[in-house]
Design a protein around this ligand. Structure first.
Ligand code: 4NP
Length: 155
């Protein structure tokens, strides 16, 4: 089987999905899984922008520099380029189902479905809240990323 490649998708691609990408890269390294990772937004407001400063700060507190990440919008061909696409919330999932081409091959699911007991729930959007919301985001995406890395590495 070829190396898995995972795309994380939220609305703006400056808060939740960059953190999910960073958490997954860290968890893949932890379990020595070779995997591709990227993130994107369903919206186009932040194309070319770095992650929100509060997202950069929480990642850095966990030893990860995401200042070089840049926002991009998800596109139909992502359903051919990636083996897995994870939506951060139910609205993102619905929007992705609308973009998915009929012959798209990527496995599409809600991110928190990976976490036992959290199936069907959203990673709450921290954009309009305070800095503490980003700690909640980090915790949620790390739980999911750890479960995903272990699953993909066959543990
Ligand atoms: P994200 O958060 O989807 O986690 O990146 C948001 C960032 C920006 C906006 C909404 C959500 N916005 O409306 O600009």
């Amino acid at each position: 089987m070829s190396e898995p490649s995972v795309l994380f998708v939220c609305l703006g691609n400056i808060c939740r999905s960059p953190l999910a990408e960073a958490a997954f890269r860290a968890q893949a390294e932890r379990v020595r899984l070779a995997a591709g990772a990227d993130s994107a937004g369903t919206g186009d407001w932040h194309v070319g922008s770095p992650p929100d400063p509060r997202a950069q700060a929480v990642a850095l507190r966990h030893g990860i520099d995401i200042s070089g990440y840049r926002g991009r919008q998800v596109r139909a061909e992502d359903f051919h380029r990636f083996s897995h696409i994870f939506a951060l919330d139910g609205t993102n999932l619905r929007d992705l189902r609308g973009i998915r081409p009929a012959d798209g091959t990527a496995h599409l699911a809600l991110l928190m479905d990976l976490v036992p007991g959290r199936e069907g729930t959203n990673v709450t959007d921290p954009y309009f809240g305070d800095a503490a919301g980003f700690d909640v985001t980090w915790r949620d995406v790390t739980l999911a990323a750890a479960a995903l890395a272990e699953k993909l590495s066959g543990r």
